[in-house]
Design a protein around this ligand. Structure first.
Ligand SMILES: *Cc1c(COP(=O)(O)O)cnc(C)c1O
Length: 424
């Protein structure tokens, strides 16, 4: 038995499924999870002394790579001043000012502790502002695990076969309407059937929880227009895409302006942080100045803020950071696509910026339905062979591959060499 296997046996006795978040259990690839001990740059190291080139990056946060010295120093400095005050501190102001300066649509922002919390709060604000109850989401988009949003919610729920989730009363989801990604007609139909009742449309501007699904030209613009026309708010869930595609996120990358935006992952630099923000008139509804209540004992935590702020500073202050990362990723994904084609492996490779996904299907993946045509047995085989050769991919077909600034050309080439030997 490896140390990871031993730990997993132990863990299963005292933690449900042995893990603190379902996808980590490696359930959909039928393997035992590796227990990770430390990380540095583009590498992670498990408790058995194995080394991997990491393409998960903690599911997005580690865009600079693991253990960036400036981020670590900022955290160490913050720790020495205290772990939490439960009171206002200056780094929260720095953080808010920085976010507002980088993202024009965000005029005010509130910090929370996770992406789930950010989305849940943004929905509440949208409902408070519009005085309407219904929201439209898209099949295959994930917006965290709060009750109202656990409907047709992508990745974790796709390969684990959890139907929505037990424990969510119908009352919590009756106001959650589901449209099809990249399908304007399905959105028009919901607006038509629910006149003056739609508080908000929430969307991942790049679908990144059903694999990676790009918005087709005009789709995000269409959402902007139909929301404006009906007095509904457009919420971009940029928990993955925020500070990932560009400093101003997917909204900057695609040039479409939402009313509210939710953040998580990168914004915390690896610490548990989320945020929601947007139009000043809408955000002014949030307590203590407005009637929408939202609070958090550890929100704006000084250590978490130090990590997030340091990471955003590096992203902002590194000249052509996104051009270089996105070009590097573009070359990598293009090569990966060519290699799989040369091997005669049926696949669809979707990618944008440093996000990509290989779907094992002959279909063009443009929504939840086409994503589901993927051959998950092929993914399992691919995943296993890659892992055994030291390449750490997401243990599920329906997750993104995350590249970071720390991925070296040698490591990317080494990864492609492993792919060249894949046998499905
Ligand atoms: C990860 C994710 C969330 C949830 O964030 P947590 O920090 O895991 O609660 C919400 N929306 C999107 C798009 C995500 O990728």
């Amino acid at each position: 038995m490896t140390r990871s296997e031993e730990l997993f046996e132990q863990a299963k006795k005292c933690i449900p499924g042995g893990v603190n978040s379902p996808v980590r259990a490696f359930g959909s690839v039928g393997m035992t999870p590796r227990f990770i001990r430390r990380s540095k740059g583009d590498r992670i190291y498990d408790v058995d002394g194995n080394e991997y080139i990491d393409y998960i990056g903690s599911w997005g946060p580690m865009i600079l790579g693991h253990g960036h010295p400036y981020v670590l120093e900022s955290v160490e400095r913050a720790v020495r001043d205290g772990l939490s005050f439960g009171a206002a501190s200056s780094v929260e102001v720095d953080m808010a000012e920085l976010i507002c300066s980088l993202v024009p649509s965000v005029e005010m922002v509130r910090m929370v502790n996770s992406g789930t919390e950010a989305v849940m709060s943004a929905i509440r604000v949208a409902r408070g502002y519009t005085e309407r109850n219904k929201i439209i989401k898209f099949a295959g988009c994930y917006h965290g695990h709060s009750d109202a949003l656990l409907v047709n919610a992508g990745s974790g729920l796709m390969t684990q076969g959890i139907p929505g989730s037990a424990g969510v009363p119908e009352g919590c989801t009756v106001d959650t309407l589901t449209a099809a990604y990249n399908d304007p007609d399905s959105v028009r139909a919901l607006f038509a059937a629910n006149p003056d009742q739609i508080a908000a449309v929430i969307v991942e501007p790049v679908g990144a929880n059903m694999g990676v699904v790009l918005p087709e030209p005009g789709f995000l613009e269409f959402l902007r227009d139909i929301c404006t026309e009906h007095g509904s708010l457009l919420i971009f869930d940029e928990v993955i895409t925020g500070f990932r595609l560009a400093l101003d996120g997917a909204q900057g990358y695609y040039g479409v302006t939402p009313d509210l935006t939710t953040y998580g992952k990168i914004i915390g630099g690896g610490m548990p942080v989320g945020a929601y923000g947007g139009r000043k008139d809408v955000m002014s509804l949030v307590a203590p100045i407005g009637s929408v209540y939202q609070a958090g004992t550890l929100s704006g935590n000084p250590v978490a803020m130090a990590a997030g702020y340091a990471q955003l500073k590096v992203l902002k202050d590194t000249p052509s950071f996104y051009e270089e990362l996105n070009q590097k990723a573009d070359r990598f994904f293009t090569s990966l696509d060519e290699i799989l084609t040369d091997l005669g492996i049926e696949h669809c490779l979707n990618h944008v910026g440093s996000l990509g996904c290989v779907f094992f299907t002959d279909k063009q993946v443009r929504d939840y339905e086409s994503a589901q045509t993927s051959n998950t047995d092929h993914y399992r085989t691919y995943f296993k062979q890659m892992l055994e050769q030291g390449i750490y991919l997401a243990p599920s077909q329906f997750e993104a591959m995350f590249l970071s600034a720390s991925h070296t050309d040698e490591d990317l080439e080494r990864t492609l060499d492993v792919v060249r030997k894949i046998v499905l």
